[in-house]
Design a protein around this ligand. Structure first.
Ligand SMILES: Cc1cc2nc3c(=O)[nH]c(=O)nc-3n(C[C@H](O)[C@H](O)[C@H](O)COP(=O)(O)OP(=O)(O)OC[C@H]3O[C@@H](n4cnc5c(N)ncnc54)[C@H](O)[C@@H]3O)c2cc1C
Length: 430
């Protein structure tokens, strides 16, 4: 582990070493006037730019670093057709039958959209759509898994409830006592997917500028002027797609979510017979713990593990130890594993754990806060933002729009989130 790079350096993410080559995204030079300007080059922004360009809207995307620099290039790669916390019945209870069911359809369609875009644009990102599993490690969590399965099944979703033996067959682990599975889920190489979206958006006519941080957004006449170090973009409509990386650009938006640091690690490629015994059919799993663990393999037989550990002091040592212990517990056949990569990224968690869509001001829109489930939902949100830019009425969008609500005492929410994770880990024991 001694040679690992700093965890916050995106190059330490496994995906940087196995991704498809990046597209050319030269910095913005000079002043441009366009219909729409998208700020942020993750799934949200790139999907928005792609859908805008496909609709013939003249679009410029500005990215502070390079497409995929944020969570989109660092995540676990599980495409999940569901919310981070809620069951579909809870969504209906919260929003009513019509809006709630529209949102339930949207969250599943968003996962389908990911695989559809991959196919339609020939995106080379090791996509596997075999299904996504939520296995349970105890009886209480199995009841939760059963409820989620039953509620999605009642809506005709392609889900299955798996017995213990079926779960052992699909996971290669005797740690779990059952699972529910959504066949519409799967996994991808997330940085390659991001780069593929960027290429597709460029091909459709969008201009994508890397190394072009938006420094300020100002109203100028009936338009917005976005300033970057190398030039300006004047646009009638602007989309903010900066999620947990937005910093001071629009402070109220940044303060409306809690940025949480999540950790990932990947082993060295496993020997063929061990790799064949773990997730043998290529499924990905997020267990049903409150502080969840997730597992998948990459295209080269590495086991990729996601966790949200509490300790951030001496992180490489503590993540390495905690992850190796948990692998031993779940997949003892792996033996002593060597972690080749440890990295982190920031997600934006909302207090209601649902994605937020905002009309921030006239002609200024934002979508964020997927609370750790953003491959499908951010891709879907980008499409909605593109529709909103083209004046689709809010009432016709499946995700309800809300005012931007900065959280009081925002600085305290980060230590509070850590305490919550610690509390969840305590609840999860046994
Ligand atoms: C470690 C980890 C594991 C995860 N695992 C999963 C998973 O398995 N499945 C799943 O569904 N989701 C997962 N997620 C969540 C998912 O990755 C995110 O929800 C999703 O990537 C959010 O996409 P985004 O485009 O909204 O934001 P981001 O990808 O974070 O992109 C925001 C971009 O905005 C740019 N930016 C910020 N400020 C400016 C500015 N002023 N000017 C220009 N650009 C700017 C940033 O550089 C960044 O590239 C995970 C996240 C993390 C961190």
């Amino acid at each position: 582990m001694g040679s690992l790079m700093k965890t916050s350096d995106p190059r330490s993410a496994l995906w940087s070493s196995t991704a498809a080559p990046p597209p050319e995204t030269p910095p913005l030079r000079g002043d441009r006037r366009v219909d729409a300007c998208v700020i942020g080059g993750g799934f949200t922004g790139l999907s928005a730019a792609l859908h805008l360009a496909e609709a013939g809207v003249d679009t410029v995307l500005l990215e502070a670093e390079h497409p995929g620099f944020g969570a989109s290039g660092r995540n676990h790669g599980q495409v999940v057709p569901g919310y981070s916390k809620h069951s579909p019945d809870e969504i209906v209870a919260k929003f009513g039958a019509e809006r709630g069911e529209a949102m339930n359809r949207w969250v599943q369609e968003s996962a389908a959209l990911v695989f559809d875009l991959i196919r339609r644009h020939g995106i080379d990102c090791d996509a596997v759509q075999k299904g996504w599993l939520m296995p349970a490690h105890n009886a209480e969590r199995l009841t939760v898994a059963r409820e989620k399965h039953d509620q999605w099944a009642a809506r005709g979703a392609p889900v299955e409830f798996l017995s213990r033996d079926q779960t052992v067959d699909l996971t290669g682990s005797t740690h779990y006592i059952g699972a529910w599975m959504h066949r519409g889920g799967g996994n991808i190489q997330p940085l390659s997917y991001t780069r593929g979206l960027a290429r597709a958006a460029q091909k459709a006519g969008a201009a994508i500028h890397g190394a072009s941080p938006a420094l300020a957004i100002e109203r100028s006449g009936g338009s917005w002027r976005v300033t970057t170090p190398g030039g300006t973009v004047t646009a009638e409509k602007v989309v903010l797609a900066t999620n947990a990386y937005g910093g001071g650009l629009w402070p109220a938006l940044a303060k409306s979510v809690v940025p949480v640091r999540l950790f990932q690690s990947a082993t060295a490629p496993l020997s063929d017979n061990i790799a064949r015994s773990i997730l043998p059919q290529g499924h990905s799993i997020s267990d049903s713990r409150r502080a969840l663990w997730s597992f998948r393999k990459d295209a080269y037989g590495r086991l990729v593990v996601g966790a949200a550990p509490l300790f951030t002091i001496g992180i490489r040592r503590s993540v390495g130890r905690i992850v190796a212990d948990h692998i031993r517990e779940v997949f003892p056949q792996a033996g002593e594993v060597r972690l080749e990569h440890v990295w982190d990224g920031r997600i934006a968690v909302t207090t209601d754990r649902l994605p937020h869509l905002h009309d921030v001001a006239e002609g200024l829109y934002a979508g964020l806060g997927y609370s750790g489930r953003g491959i499908a939902m951010a891709t879907g949100m980008g499409k909605l933002l593109a529709e909103r830019v083209q004046d689709k009425p809010l009432a016709e969008l499946p995700v309800p729009a809300s005012p931007v609500r900065p959280l009081p005492l925002h600085a305290l929410t980060i230590p509070l989130a850590r305490l919550t994770i610690a509390w969840h880990r305590w609840q999860d024991r046994g």
